[in-house]
Design a protein around this ligand. Structure first.
Ligand code: CTP
Length: 408
């Protein structure tokens, strides 16, 4: 049984939320409904109270003795906003707290799911697009609206998905967490290899996929330590954050935190080479035409090293996941290179993604294949980075649980 807050904002699709409430209650969950003030124009409080079995108010000045505006969010295991109007997306993205629902959204540390519903023009307006991106970046699961008949005669994207589809899409949040009691160490971002006090060699990793993995692992109940190299997106709340910059610093941080973890996910894009010397002062132009030649040396392969170190240290994670950024060529496909890399690195899982000019790095979506060292058939995943992360974490949980069962 989960404690769920069902926020309802004032759109005509509020009637579908009534059916979602029924599904949640029939599945045995406790639901507190928080309608925004204008929802009463569509569905009255009597309906929400009768179907939820709990008192319902939109007003922060009701039930003040129980500090309702923070209590409901603090106690919740999950907060849903169905439907989410353009207005509530904007207010949530700005961190406003001028009614009971927005206050609850600020006070909660539980996963938040929003299902937008509005006219196509409003959904596609740059303001709504930007607000949705901010919310997603902060870890809110924003369900893509369906396309179809809208309130009037028009149709297009912006329609609230059917209640059973919404119910289906949040099953992972309603069931018992698959990584409860587990510890997961995740590296994310791209390393920077210093050249002189102002310059470095870097790469195009934004850290989005690693941050999404940290969110998905946290939502699955794991205690997550995130070693962030250079991230372009904020780290999620609810995880322990450790910083590292270069490959050598990352190696130190990984070895310092890896013991007694159930799994390590090496998602960071680690530079294979670093400048042989770090100049103590800024490298200057010596004359009109010449340019310095920079000598590079190999960085350690952290993933291969930690897999190897496990041979002598049984405290190191039994499940290690590598990532492979690959491009296919006339010698082999992305998968061929992935399988060869899995064998070379010796980890349990390898998540292979195709990279190229506009693929993967810095984008919001990803297409991957999860490869298994034990020969299980590969599992594909495609979609936003958080959707891909959930698939990877699902496979990781199965692998961890398999190891625990084998060890018994
Ligand atoms: N990795 C690492 N240390 C390195 C390089 C990579 O731990 N010095 C890890 C990455 O975090 C990732 C995996 O190894 O999980 C694969 O990285 P990738 O750069 O794709 O593979 P490489 O082994 O460097 O092979 P390639 O020659 O294809 O670049």
């Amino acid at each position: 049984m989960k404690r769920i807050v069902l926020g309802v904002s004032a759109g005509i699709a509020a009637y579908k939320s009534v059916l979602l409430l029924r599904l949640l209650r029939e599945a045995g969950h406790h639901v507190d409904v928080i309608p925004t003030g204008n929802v009463a124009n569509f569905v009255g409080n009597a309906t929400w109270e009768a179907l939820s079995g709990n008192p319902v108010t939109s007003n922060v000045f009701d039930a003040v003795d129980t500090v309702n505006h923070v209590r409901l969010g603090q106690q919740a295991d999950l907060v849903l906003v169905v439907p989410a109007t353009a207005d509530i997306l904007a207010r949530a993205a700005s961190g406003l707290a001028d009614d009971l629902l927005t206050g609850t959204l600020l006070a909660t540390r539980a996963p938040v799911v929003m299902a937008p519903a509005m006219h196509t023009e409003m959904w596609q307006h740059p303001a709504t697009v930007a607000n949705t991106a901010v919310l997603r970046e902060r870890g809110v699961r924003v369900i893509e609206p369906a396309s179809g008949r809208l309130t009037g005669k028009d149709s297009g994207p912006g329609r609230l998905p059917e209640p059973d589809q919404i119910f289906e899409s949040i099953q992972d949040l309603l069931s018992e967490p698959i990584l409860a009691g587990r510890k997961v160490l995740i590296t994310a971002g791209g390393t920077r290899e210093p050249l002189d006090p102002v310059r470095f060699l870097g790469n195009r990793s934004s850290g989005r996929q690693g941050v999404a993995l940290a969110q998905a692992a946290r939502d699955a109940g794991a205690q997550v330590t995130l070693i962030a190299t250079h991230l372009e997106v904020p780290a999620p709340h609810g995880v322990e954050l450790v910083h590292a910059s270069s490959a050598l610093e990352l190696r130190e941080a990984v070895f310092a935190h890896a013991e007694r973890q159930d799994a390590l996910i090496m998602n960071a894009a680690v530079a294979d080479f670093r400048p042989a010397t770090i100049e103590g002062s800024k490298i200057k132009k010596r004359d009109e035409h010449s340019a310095p030649v920079i000598e590079l040396v190999r960085n350690p392969d952290i993933l291969a090293e930690i897999v190897c170190a496990r041979g002598a240290n049984d405290q190191l994670p039994p499940v290690i996941v590598g990532f492979a950024a690959e491009t296919g060529d006339d010698q082999g496909s992305v998968l061929d290179y992935g399988r060869a890399k899995l064998a070379r690195k010796g980890c349990e899982l390898l998540v292979v993604n195709e990279v190229g000019a506009n693929l993967t790095f810095g984008t919001d979506s990803n297409t991957v294949q999860v490869l298994f060292a034990d020969g299980k058939p590969a599992v594909g995943a495609a979609g936003s980075k958080i959707e891909v992360a959930r698939v990877v974490i699902g496979q990781l949980a199965a692998e961890i649980n398999g190891h625990v069962a084998d060890a018994k």
